[in-house]
Unconditional design. Structure first.
Length: 72
């Protein structure tokens, strides 16, 4: 069995480690740590993906140059 866990390091507690030990009792496991690509996580959820697409569309629709007169 393979399990991928995406977790913020602030949430890694002794109870979390105990949970892993319960999932894989008396087993040798391989744990790989790397920063998660949050874009993949967002895009894997259709609701989050739609929100992201909507925000990108809003940003692109509002492309305009704003001139600031610093002499004012």
């Amino acid at each position: 069995m393979e399990t991928t866990i995406i977790i913020n390091t602030d949430s890694i507690t002794p109870e979390f480690i105990e949970g892993i030990q319960k999932l894989y009792p008396h087993k040798t496991v391989e744990i790989s740590i790397q920063p998660a690509d949050e874009t993949d996580y967002i895009l894997s959820n259709p609701v989050y993906a739609q929100v992201l697409q909507d925000r990108i569309a809003e940003y692109e629709a509002k492309k305009q140059v704003i001139n600031v007169d610093s002499k004012g």
